[in-house]
Design a protein around this ligand. Sequence first.
Ligand code: V47
Length: 374
Amino acid sequence: MAAVKTSSPFAKIRNKVLSGERLDLDDGLNLFNHPALLEIGALANEVRERLHSDVTYFNRNLHLNSTNVCEADCIFCSFARVTSDMPQAYTMTIPQCLDWVRERLKPGMTEIHIVNGLNPDLPFEYYLDLLQALRENFPQLHRKTFTAVEIHYFARKYDMSYKEVLEKLVTAGLQSMPGGGAEIFAPRARKKLCHDKATADEWLSVHRTAHQLGLKTNCTMLYGTIETLEERVDHLLRLRSLQDETGGFQAFIPLAYHPDGNRLGAIGAPTGADDLRVIAISRLLLDNIPHIKAYWVMLGIKTAQIAQIFGANDMDGTVTEEKIYHMSGARTPDALTITELEHIIRSVGRTPVERTTTYELVNNVECTEHNACL
Ligand code: V47
């Protein structure tokens, strides 16, 4: 790495990181304001290599959004339709969900990721039946389902505690939770972006409960809307505090704002440099969360690839048929093949390693001939 003036804020941060000392709010802000992106990236890369050597993880997964009817008023969202009679609103029945999976299932797939709208017309049994039907018909797919915002909604709507909701869903087949719905925790920004869904404390409380029940979950941050740099750092530090308490987060996924087709529009959509900076700073601040995922669907394939030398160590997966980003203007393909993912990872000098949802290694005997799988 190039010589860094020993008295500069960055030099102090670098010394802290290299000696294993924790970064604080001021350090986070200094990193966001430090002009030399490559220095931040190189430091994050050192941490990433210390934790994961040259490995980049990926998995084979399907994304199902079984309803986009959602009564929450999130002004950045292009996916939701407020009522079921609006154009493009849909709700799939359980047999339709099963057919949908069956049509897209490939040998070697290990995960189904489900995120839905907050649909006022569905009974709780819909979610239980969906999980049970998926477990019965596709036992090979790990069910990573429902964000903390959905769990909070179920608790309020069906009059249960978070623990009761989660226990019932686990009995029906939920195995882990995705990290969506966190957006930005700061009340100022949250009030403008998504005033009527789970608050930051509620989001964190759902994850705390899930972790206490032994579930692994992911966490996210939506950036590039109206948040300040201080609000970004505050968000990351709140995730780090919960992780100190429970240890239940396995991956952090920064989500870059996509501006098409929603009411927030084209304010401050992040640039490639912003994306890489957020990845690198996340790696440096979140010293207790094992994996930083560069989600190629929203970063774009090329940025997600370069992120692998800026602190990230995961690319997510094949992601067959993502909708939330594609309805908000993502230009990435609907899915990647294993051959494509492996090529992208290898050509940035990393070793592709297939994982399960909970980061066990996969030895896909069925798929040694990759083309036979995807
Ligand atoms: O919660 C919605 C975000 C999230 C937009 O856990 C938007 O492995 C940008 O959480 N621009 C859902 N972001 C996606 C998500 C996720 C994705 C991949 C992997 C995992 C995981 C989780 O998408 C929402 C919201 O924060 N979002 N609209 C938009 N216009």
